[in-house]
Design a protein around this ligand. Structure first.
Ligand SMILES: Cc1cc2nc3c(=O)[nH]c(=O)nc-3n(C[C@H](O)[C@H](O)[C@H](O)COP(=O)(O)O)c2cc1C
Length: 238
């Protein structure tokens, strides 16, 4: 964009500038599985921070069971996401969602046609159709908008710890044990409620000259094994 482009002041109601869609699976209190699309998610090391409405069934399940799977859909999976958009696993639909036209859906696997697949280390299932599936455990919770008394706690920033990552083989970078080929990974991106894919690489990245393995120390901890890791080998954080 030229530096002479003009700018205006606006107050957008949402600031969804473009982030990957995540299909989170959690376990309901009757042992069945719930699925929810979200897009407020980012990763550093093997930690992920999720932005979740406190009243969502996913949030209730995650805080109770301390487990979830972060399943990443590819950009051709829009029909699955649309099938369960505007639904909640909550039997009582929160007033905010009623106003947005949400309906209750107990079995979102059946509604969407997605296929549950057993996880290795956690109870919620992976989603077979998703090329990336990260089994994760709860690590911490922070209430957003603590400075606004009547909004405090409506949205939570939830930190989870990825303890096992499964990827579709055709996404792996040939010649490397632990790398993704970003030219092959086509994530679904949500921007202002619309669904997109990524455009091809625009420029050669200076940052990409850094060997990915140099970031690995961020994923290692000497604090000890998590609950699910105890007695099971091969989980990600040491
Ligand atoms: C593409 C997409 C992205 C969404 N992103 C988020 C999000 O980042 N955080 C959130 O709390 N809800 C998000 N939602 C809305 C949730 O899916 C919605 O709250 C849903 O009712 C949660 O299901 P549950 O109540 O069964 O957990 C998103 C929905 C869609 C379709």
């Amino acid at each position: 964009m030229p530096s002479s482009a003009t700018h205006s002041v606006i107050t957008p109601a949402i600031m969804y500038w473009g982030t990957p869609v995540v299909l989170i699976t959690t376990e309901n209190d009757d042992g069945t599985a719930n699925v929810a699309p979200i897009s407020s998610a980012w990763w550093l090391g093997h930690r992920c921070v999720l932005g979740l409405a406190a009243a969502s069934q996913t949030t209730i399940n995650l805080l109770r069971t301390k487990q979830c799977v972060l399943n990443l859909p590819s950009d051709d999976m829009g029909s699955y996401i649309n099938a369960i958009a505007k639904t909640t696993g909550s039997p009582v639909i929160p007033p905010v969602k009623q106003a947005l036209g949400y309906e209750h859906c107990k079995d979102k696997f059946a509604r969407s046609g997605l296929t549950p697949h057993p996880s290795d280390l956690v109870r919620p299932p992976r989603i077979a159709e998703c090329p990336v599936q990260m089994e994760a455990e709860l690590a911490g919770t922070t209430e957003l908008m603590q400075d606004v008394p009547d909004r405090k706690g409506f949205i939570l920033a939830i930190e989870v710890k990825v303890i096992r990552t499964h990827v579709q083989d055709d996404l792996r970078l040939p010649g490397h044990s632990n790398r993704i080929d970003p030219d092959r990974w086509r994530p679904m991106i949500m921007s202002f409620q619309e669904l997109y894919g990524l455009a091809p690489k625009k420029t050669v990245s200076t940052l990409a000259s850094i060997d990915e393995e140099k970031y690995r120390p961020l994923t290692v901890s000497n604090v000890g094994a998590s609950a699910a890791e105890k007695g099971k080998s091969g989980s990600e954080e040491a």
